[in-house]
Write a protein that binds this ligand. Structure first.
Ligand SMILES: Cc1ncc(C[n+]2csc(CCOP(=O)(O)OP(=O)(O)O)c2C)c(N)n1
Length: 488
């Protein structure tokens, strides 16, 4: 068994940590602002009830963890020139996802009415979860997002779908520990048996172990470290643990964990691509054990909030006058005056942490599949017609004919590598088996001599979980490729 991974890479300097921490504070500030404020976005005057939204709807609990991961992913993207996508499984943390896209400048590029200044901030805050504005969950209008945040459970599948046939892409996928209790997510860890390190990209799962779902603990947070470690090793991952609440130590720990994970991903890919290694690798993953609602109010109305399920959604409502002071104190704890200049723009030394152009996760072209999609080359379907000279005389099976058509679709698009068939082991029973003249089933797990049509580079994706088939296909399509769901 591999020992507990050691941190690699250069330790961060105090200056770097200071800037990363500033970005995190800015993202957290913008997240709280989106949930609560209508006006006075930079708290230039004392907060009044008139500045607060009349109806509050949004999720704080997961958000600081997402923000923490986002800025650290940016660091590693910049340091190593990575091409990375971000998937927020707890997509209800949209305040954080949106905040980071605004800090990166992408939001204002895509939506010029939400500028990179104080007025833009006011609009950004106002539109969130507001009539005529944007949803409270990550949604198709969120730049860089292919993952709708409403139905929990599909994040890892979307991540793998995006990584298939994108050899240079790393998909960082945050999985909620509550989300991990869903059927689709629980089975999707096995996606690593269908990923070919030679020709596919990589997925970096990050389990966001903040301990709670809406109003109770999560299962994965209440099993021992040994059991959790064994669980993920059993799924074929090498878990790298980051655990704590003191920001300085946590910044150092997550940076080291990401460096280590990326080193391991690159080593796996090099071994498969240059060294011809064909055995299934032990892919790294990160387990981030942090406080739910980290940096939020510790106590609300005498009850524990930070680090508890009460921080899940809106940590406190505004129906009590004393909550106004609590909100102002919370928002000022991020020191917005140190983060934004007089015009409300993010200070340049903090803004410089963002990767450039389409290396920003919010601007990665893979998240905008329509822009990348190449049309599928399709043979003329009429040439597959079963001849019927006299009515009632010819014999033919519609799906068998379609199997021949699909075989040729696979051949025609073999070079582009942009077509796959997904299904719950029904390709043969649906009589589509002629496709196996052109390709195999994708399979990176063990094989025995009697096996047929199993290969890591196969283009037929078969696993009995229809959740997996659907989720992979969705991730594959949303990143600009083509596929077929074969299920009868
Ligand atoms: C399939 C599904 N079931 C239930 C919900 C309702 N729901 C919204 S958030 C949440 C808790 C999620 O917990 P977790 O994934 O750990 O996210 P975090 O604690 O980081 O917010 C639940 C159950 C949902 N969105 N999707």
């Amino acid at each position: 068994m591999d020992p507990q991974p050691e941190a690699t890479g250069q330790p961060l300097s105090s200056d770097e940590i200071g800037l990363i921490h500033a970005w995190w504070r800015a993202a957290n500030y913008l997240s709280v602002g989106q949930i609560y404020l209508l006006d006075n976005p930079l708290l230039r005057e004392p907060l009044k009830m008139d500045h607060v939204k009349p109806r509050l709807l949004g999720h704080w609990g997961t958000t600081p963890g997402l923000n923490f991961l986002y800025v650290h992913l940016n660091r590693v993207i910049k340091a190593r020139g990575l091409n990375a996508l971000f998937i927020a499984g707890p997509g209800h943390g949209a305040p954080g996802v949106v905040a980071n896209t605004w800090l990166e400048g992408t939001y204002s590029e895509v939506y010029p009415a939400i500028g990179p200044d104080e007025d833009g901030l006011r609009q950004l805050f106002r539109q969130f979860s507001f009539p005529g504005g944007i949803p409270s969950h990550a949604s198709p209008d969120t730049p860089g997002s292919i993952h709708e945040g409403g139905e929990l459970g599909y994040s890892l599948l979307h991540a793998f779908g995006a990584a298939f046939d994108n050899p240079d892409l790393i998909v960082a996928c945050v999985v909620g520990d509550g989300e991990a209790e869903t059927g689709p997510l629980a089975t999707s860890w096995h996606s690593n048996k269908f990923l070919n390190p030679a020709t596919d990209g990589a997925v970096l799962p990050i389990l966001h172990l903040n301990g709670y779902k809406i109003a109770s603990p999560t299962v994965l947070a209440r099993i021992s470290h040994t059991e959790l470690d064994a669980l993920f090793r059993g799924y074929g991952y090498l878990p790298i643990f980051v655990d704590g609440e003191e920001p300085d130590a946590m910044h150092r720990a997550i940076a080291a964990a990401l460096d280590d994970a990326v080193d391991r991903i690159h080593a796996i890919q090099k071994a498969a691509r240059d060294g011809g290694v064909t055995t299934r690798p032990l892919w790294p993953m990160i387990v981030l054990r942090s406080l739910k609602g980290w940096t939020g109010p510790k106590i609300v109305d005498g009850q524990k909030s930070e680090g508890f399920w009460r921080a899940h959604q809106v940590p406190f409502t505004m129906d009590k006058p004393e909550h106004l002071g609590l909100l102002e104190e919370w928002m000022r704890s991020y020191h917005p005056e140190e983060l934004f200049d007089d015009g409300g723009r993010l200070r340049p030394e903090i803004a410089a942490l963002a990767p450039r152009g389409d290396r920003r996760m919010s601007a990665n072209p893979h998240a905008n599949g329509g822009a990348l999609m190449r049309p599928l080359r399709l043979p003329d379907f009429a040439s597959y017609a079963v001849p019927v000279v006299h009515p009632g005389e010819s014999d033919g099976e519609a799906t068998q004919v379609m199997g021949t058509f699909l075989r040729d679709v696979v051949r025609e698009n073999a070079q582009a590598r942009n077509f796959r068939v997904f299904g719950p082991d029904e390709t043969a029973s649906n009589r589509l088996q002629t496709i196996f003249e052109a390709t195999d089933r994708s399979w990176d797990a063990e094989t025995i001599a009697d096996d047929v049509h199993l290969d890591p580079s196969g283009r037929v994706m078969e696993v009995l979980s229809e959740h997996c088939c659907q989720g992979w296909l969705e991730g594959y399509l949303l990143t600009g490729r083509h596929g077929l769901f074969s299920l009868l």
